[in-house]
Ligand binder design. Structure first.
Ligand SMILES: *Cc1c(COP(=O)(O)O)cnc(C)c1O
Length: 412
């Protein structure tokens, strides 16, 4: 029997999520020594001296920027596509977001556009590696250094990505990784900041200690979300229940099923929610310590799948490999002329696909800050994921490849 292929997976075993859902009721959440042990291990993993664990990546970015005491109105160069929470923390610090368009080959900033965007008020930059693609980091860092920019790397989608054998997250002043649901290392949320500067580390540790006591209920919610997503994408349940429902929904409400994890709230928030400022728990740290060692073998499987797909998808365009980069392809994104129609036709062939659930933060209706970012707009609308997750069989890959080829070759 040919089981349908889901758009993506959760990087936990179902058993682990079930076990977590039981043990979360009994375990202490505030064992600082375990969090510190995890911070050490994660810092080493990225080849940095220090790490500080926050509850979310957005919180880590908030404190990284706050540590710089930038004057109000300072400009920060931002990716046009990311999670909205990052824009919210930048605004909460009274900084001015400046959106710089991406290069469609690297999905990271177009270097020429950075140069053009820099003014005497530009103080910081948030490099974001979308979908596990690494740009030319020498050129990128040179621009940052030349302009004296405080450089934050958001490598949430690119854990283990490298440029000339150096891991992303270790190029700027700080690197930030989000260990949230659907990421390759997922500790039921978390924002792990890495840096090399001992003074900055000390300051960030003191900011971390000011965070409030974590809520067990919030943690339980996150485990339940992962468990449900994990169940929904397990092959039998996906094939017999989720996929038939998806197909019905996609007729009733095509936009509703177009985003990988659904649509997200787009309202502007006035006060940052309290749950963004709760401590990262020792429960999460323990999970990180337990699962870090399997990330690379899963990366290897996914990268191999993407390389196979790239070699067989001859009529499709996707981001290009640079000579010195090691991409990890968190999600394999390719450009489709007509995504809605392609999604429908791939569904008919038993292959699920979608566009990103990240927001086009350079043009949110509710926000007065806009950017002219045509490439990012193109990625947002035309970039669809081709299933390539670890655990796919050769047969699955062949089916994905032939269904994409049928779609892209037929249209002239
Ligand atoms: C998933 C993701 C995040 C998540 O951030 P949280 O604040 O931890 O929810 C941030 N940035 C990028 C690029 C992401 O993909």
């Amino acid at each position: 029997m040919k089981l349908s292929i889901p758009r993506g997976i959760i990087y936990h075993k179902l058993f682990d999520d079930s076990q977590a859902l039981v043990s979360v009721f009994f375990k202490k959440l505030d064992r600082d020594t375990i969090v510190e042990q995890w911070e050490k291990v994660f810092a080493q993993y990225i080849n940095q001296n220090y790490s500080v664990a926050f509850p979310y990546a957005r919180t880590a970015i908030y404190y990284a920027l706050k540590s710089q005491k930038l004057p109000a109105g300072s400009e920060i160069i931002m990716p046009p596509i990311s999670i909205k929470g990052i824009l919210d923390v930048v605004l909460a610090l009274n900084l001015q977001p400046v959106f710089v368009d991406i290069d469609l080959n690297t999905l990271c900033f177009d270097m020429k556009e950075i140069d053009a965007a820099i003014t005497p008020k530009t103080k910081a930059i948030l490099i974001t590696y979308l979908f596990g693609i690494v740009p030319n980091m020498e050129d990128m860092i040179e621009i940052c250094k030349k302009n004296n920019l405080f450089t934050i790397e958001d490598f949430s989608q690119c854990l283990n990505g490298k440029y000339k054998n150096k891991k992303v997250g270790s190029f700027g002043n700080v690197g930030v990784y989000s260990a949230s649901s659907i990421k390759t290392l997922d500790t039921y949320g978390g924002g792990l900041l890495v840096c090399n500067d001992s003074k900055l580390h000390e300051l960030l540790k003191s900011m971390q200690s000011s965070l409030s006591i974590p809520s067990r209920m919030h943690l339980i919610n996150k485990i339940i979300v992962d468990l449900i997503r994990n169940l929904a994408t397990s092959r039998l349940i996906f094939h017999f229940i989720v996929f038939p429902l998806l197909k019905v929904f996609s007729i009733l409400n095509p936009d509703g099923v177009m985003k990988i994890t659904g649509k997200r709230a787009q309202n502007m928030i006035k006060v940052l929610p309290e749950r963004w400022f709760e401590k990262y728990t020792s429960f999460q740290a323990e999970l990180g310590l337990k699962t870090l060692s399997i990330v690379q073998s899963e990366d290897a499987m996914r990268i191999k799948n993407v390389e196979y797909l790239k070699s067989t998808l001859t009529s499709l365009s996707f981001p290009k490999n640079g000579p010195d980069t090691q991409n990890v392809y968190w999600q394999f994104v390719a450009f489709f002329n007509n995504p809605k129609d392609s999604q429908k036709r791939m569904h008919k062939m038993g292959v699920d696909t979608s566009t990103t659930s990240l927001e086009l933060i350079s043009s949110l209706d509710a926000y007065p800050y806009k950017g002219d970012t045509p490439n990012a707009n193109y990625l947002y609308i035309h970039g669809m994921f081709i299933p390539s997750f670890p655990g796919m069989s050769k047969k699955d890959l062949k089916r994905v490849s032939s269904s994409v080829n049928i779609i892209t070759k037929q249209r002239s």
